[in-house]
Design a protein around this ligand. Structure first.
Ligand code: NAD
Length: 297
């Protein structure tokens, strides 16, 4: 694997995590964002990683300082990618923004550069042509809190070069990820192809008054040995995301999804209950009921 210089485009929630994790593992990282304000926000995110990596990764001060010293910041895309072996794109999840970004990137990146998108819901074949280098384009999908939720789903489109695919699998392992190669284009990759139907089924059981959220979680936990049920998982994801997902499905005519969207809005969002992030969701935090030793009795 011959990658040394990595550019991360978009330095928000995920971009900043990808950039820091990559620098922490010894790569040179250029962080690109649209303006100084975004870069300043990114710098704040980076400074927070110091304590997080010490706590979760047993990182030393030296390792953290070394990581910071490998990161440079840019608001000029051409400068940011001048020597890039790989650009990891983590710009907002809209087709318009990503298409415009790739058009610009294609015109300034060196020929050798591989482009990888962290998109959660879009497919590589949607952007392959506009990158101008379809054989060097694929998706590399991380999970939030990448240093500990260390999955890297690698997914190409039919025209992605196999060698490029294997290079990105090796790269993701080199930055401390467990690589999950996905051999065919699949909306939701592997994890969300499993998770979304489970969560949707749980929401439908609840809004159709088949069972309470606690009963549904208990059934899943006892029946599979899983440490958490679907409603505990929804709390971690945050209620916003399942709300917007069900709203989109409702707008496409799904009646169950319309019930779920209404329920999540009225019972949670309108009451300021956002999930684990603010301590109020299907469970109250800290010390949610499903962690109680008697929950499964
Ligand atoms: P975010 O909104 O936190 O960050 C987006 C960043 O992109 C911002 O810093 C913004 O200034 C910048 N940006 C906007 N327009 C840009 C442009 N034209 N060029 C360069 N940068 C631009 O978003 P996020 O949550 O980090 O999501 C980014 C990508 O990562 C999305 O594709 C999303 O699907 C994916 N993702 C997110 C998560 C998550 O949990 N948040 C998990 C996995 C994957």
């Amino acid at each position: 694997m011959n990658l040394k210089n990595i550019t991360v485009a978009g330095s928000g929630v995920l971009g900043s995590q990808i950039a820091f994790q990559t620098a922490y593992n010894g790569f040179n990282v250029n962080v690109y964002d649209i303006n100084d304000e975004a870069i300043n926000k990114a710098k704040e995110r980076f400074s927070a990683f110091k304590e997080i990596y010490k706590r979760d990764m047993n990182a030393t001060d030296q390792q953290i300082e070394d990581a910071y010293s490998r990161i440079a910041y840019y608001t000029d895309l051409q400068e940011a990618v001048k020597e890039a072996d790989l650009v990891i794109e983590a710009v907002p999840e809209t087709t318009e923004i990503k298409t415009a970004f790739y058009e610009k990137l294609a015109s300034v990146a060196p020929e050798k550069t591989i482009f990888a998108s962290n998109s959660s819901t879009l497919l590589p074949s949607q952007f392959a042509e506009v990158t101008g280098r379809p054989e060097k384009y694929l998706h590399l999908h991380f999970a939030n809190e990448i240093w500990r939720n260390n999955t890297a789903e690698v997914m190409g489109h039919p025209g992605t070069d196999t060698e490029v695919f294997n290079t990105i699998v090796a790269f993701s392992e080199a930055i401390g990820m467990v690589a999950l190669p996905v051999y065919k284009e699949q909306p939701g990759y592997v994890l969300n192809s499993l998770l979304v139907p489970l969560l949707t089924a749980a929401e439908n059981l609840l809004v159709n008054e088949v069972a309470t959220h606690e009963t549904i979680d208990k059934a899943w936990m006892l029946g599979t040995g899983a440490p958490k049920g679907p409603f505990a998982m929804l709390d971690i994801i945050g209620i916003n995301t399942p709300y917007y997902l069900s709203l989109a499905k409702a707008q496409a005519g799904d009646k169950d999804a319309a019930k779920v969207a209404k329920y999540l809005k009225e019972e949670f969002l309108d009451k300021g209950k956002m999930g684990k992030q603010n301590g109020k969701g299907f469970y109250n935090y800290p010390n949610p009921a499903f962690e109680d030793k008697d929950f499964l009795k």
